[in-house]
Design a protein around this ligand. Structure first.
Ligand SMILES: *Cc1c(COP(=O)(O)O)cnc(C)c1O
Length: 379
């Protein structure tokens, strides 16, 4: 058997062309490499389609780039409201505390979505809040948060919005006319289907220009990185050259497939095939259909005592699929991602493999405990 499919939301299964692009060494100062970086910035900006924005590339995994965005755009005397309904919202709040920013958290628990009306109320009650931080797709449950509603509430209150669009950008449309925001962040190894190693910030150019001196960190200063890229076309410190070259190839494949719209269609079809198949086996999703994202889906663990996640993981791996543990604090679950180089044919094979694993483990009934379903209801 060849390499396994990664049913994880990044690193994910990449195209052969993306891997092949890493077989060439580039000098970071070299003109060809600078042209690669420039083309990446141009293509990402074209994907967003807002001429008021500019693009900064930043080394590190997604969390490094979230930290870079937060620390560069929220000044020391700023005060942020973080909308948290899962691990990535909690992580953004933790990053802000570490960097000594004043932070308030709207904590909705494991997955309940933050709503416009409550955000408007909090902002009205606390005029000191300057920025709001929102997660678009909260990958820890797979929920697609109501970003447009959130952005309208923030804009209505005259505050700035910073978006963690890590697991959505490139796979789902983000129209800044409907979703007014000041910056968003994503990374190489999510919906654009590159390999891990860097991320990017798309930010309003006027805010970027005004953000000099805000950053808590030398290496994660997005303003300084942007200024250097504008001046010399270079990254300030050693870029992950192979990863950057692979990402440009991934962007070309993204465009050739039909851009964001085609990705939304393929990922949604993957989710629908997977969810229908899994429900057919008796599994239940954590979320009701209206909140499911095309990125990743959380399933309740079966209540049947024969089910064991570690055994399930190993049995799936033997069948060529790497799955993902759940990240809920209150209910047993696991997650299956549907982004990357996978299609509905592969999703059908995933469902067949899950069925075979259940037989192997002796799980007769895939239904969760009724109490778990109650905890999964969004009211
Ligand atoms: C992947 C992801 C991140 C970044 O995680 P890393 O492990 O640092 O790459 C941040 N936010 C969301 C919503 C994500 O899906």
């Amino acid at each position: 058997m060849g390499e396994p499919y990664l049913l994880t939301p990044g690193p994910l299964t990449t195209a052969h062309e993306v891997k092949a692009a890493m077989l060439c060494d580039h000098g970071s100062w070299d003109g060809d490499f600078r042209a690669i970086s420039a083309e990446i910035r141009t293509r990402l900006l074209a994907m967003l389609g807002d001429p008021g924005f500019d693009c900064v590339l930043m080394q590190g995994s997604g969390s490094f780039v979230v930290e870079s965005m937060l620390g560069t755009f929220i000044p020391c005397d700023g005060r942020a409201l973080v909308l948290a309904n899962g691990a990535y919202g909690q992580r953004a709040a933790a990053a802000l505390r570490v960097m000594g920013r004043s932070v308030e958290v709207l904590d909705k628990g494991d997955f309940a979505p933050p709503r416009g009306a409550e955000i408007a109320r909090i902002l009205a009650d606390d005029p000191g809040l300057t920025h709001v931080v929102a997660i678009h797709c909260e990958t820890s449950s797979g929920i697609l948060n109501p970003l447009e509603e959130i952005a309208q509430a923030v804009a209505g209150a005259g505050r700035r919005l910073l978006v963690d669009a890590m697991s959505s950008f490139g796979g789902l449309p983000i129209d800044t006319a409907q979703v007014p925001c000041d910056a968003l962040v994503s990374s190489a190894n999510k919906c654009i289907e590159g390999v891990p190693g860097f991320g990017f910030i798309l930010a309003r150019r006027d805010m970027l220009e005004a953000s000099g001196g805000n950053a808590h960190s030398l290496a994660l200063d997005a303003h300084a990185q942007w200024a250097e890229m504008e001046r010399s076309g270079q990254w300030r410190y050693t870029p992950p050259t192979h990863v950057v070259a692979a990402f440009l190839e991934a962007l070309r494949l993204h465009a050739a497939e039909g851009g964001v719209a085609a990705r939304t269609t393929r990922y949604s079809a993957n989710r629908d095939r997977l969810v229908t198949g899994m429900r057919g086996l008796g599994f239940a999703t954590l979320l009701s259909d209206e909140w499911l994202s095309p990125i990743i889906t959380t399933f309740h663990a079966p209540a049947d005592p024969a089910f064991d996640f570690v055994r399930f993981y190993d049995a799936m791996k033997r069948r060529g699929f790497i799955i993902y543990p759940g990240k809920l604090t209150r209910a047993e679950s696991f997650r299956l991602g549907h982004i990357g180089q996978v299609d509905t044919r592969i999703m059908g094979q995933v469902v067949d493999a899950v069925a075979a694993c259940m037989t192997e483990m002796g799980v007769r009934d895939c239904k969760p405990a009724p109490a778990a379903i109650q905890k999964g209801a969004i009211t």
